[in-house]
Design a protein around this ligand. Structure first.
Ligand SMILES: Cc1cc2nc3c(=O)[nH]c(=O)nc-3n(C[C@H](O)[C@H](O)[C@H](O)COP(=O)(O)O)c2cc1C
Length: 193
């Protein structure tokens, strides 16, 4: 493989596409697109998101200490993109996108009804990174679309149909097909006993 250098930049993928829901001091709901999101611990279950300090969502989360991470399905690429180019300081993104919310179990921030996977989160740690703030939060509850539950107890990835973001290219893709079984297929490389 012949390599070309890009220098220090943020070209890296795949990334998830998420919509972060949060509430402000008046209880008004805002949603924001975030692709810099990823699990950071299993015990306790924790996720990190990184937000620019001027986002309305950052102000909301600093005030409330809570948010919901909503996985975006590929069917909502246009709505998610809109929520990533306009601020809640200027527009009501829920009203314009037509997306709807319902109550969470534990946190005040709501669940996005159109998302098949919602994580209720409580802020535990903030790490300043230049203009950005890495917000680490404990996952308090996870909600999934019941249609994704298979008879054998597993989950059907096609029901989630996640929207994949290619950072640096600024493109949205869908998932593609299953390529293998994690924690299992790699063992085939070891000599058979
Ligand atoms: C695909 C995509 C991913 C984005 N990911 C992030 C992110 O991880 N962190 C961030 O601070 N901004 C991110 N943005 C930009 C914010 O979503 C955008 O600035 C938004 O207007 C902020 O909304 P708010 O001010 O209502 O919180 C992303 C935008 C797009 C289109």
């Amino acid at each position: 493989m012949n390599k070309v250098r890009l220098g220090p930049c943020i070209t890296f993928f795949p990334q998830p596409t998420t919509l972060i829901s949060s509430v402000d001091a008046t209880g008004a709901v805002n949603i924001m697109t975030a692709s810099w999101a990823g699990l950071v611990s299993k015990t306790p279950p924790s996720i990190g998101i990184s937000l620019h300090h001027k986002r309305k969502s950052y102000e909301n989360i600093r005030h409330s200490g809570e948010f919901v991470v909503n996985m975006v399905p590929a069917t909502l690429a246009v709505e998610a993109d809109y929520c990533g180019v306009r601020s809640g300081y200027d527009v009501d993104k829920l009203a314009i996108s037509g997306l709807t919310t319902g109550s969470a179990d534990i946190v005040f921030a709501p669940l996005l009804n159109e998302s098949p996977l919602n994580l209720e989160c409580r802020l535990t740690l903030e790490v300043p990174l230049g203009d950005y703030r890495l917000l680490i939060a404990e996952i308090l509850e996870v909600h999934i679309d019941a249609a994704a539950q298979r008879q054998d107890g597993g989950l059907d990835a096609t029901v989630f149909n996640p929207l994949v973001y290619l950072g640096g290219l600024r493109e949205y893709w869908s998932l593609g097909e299953k390529k293998g079984q994690a924690y299992k297929d790699g063992l085939a490389l070891e000599p058979q006993k």
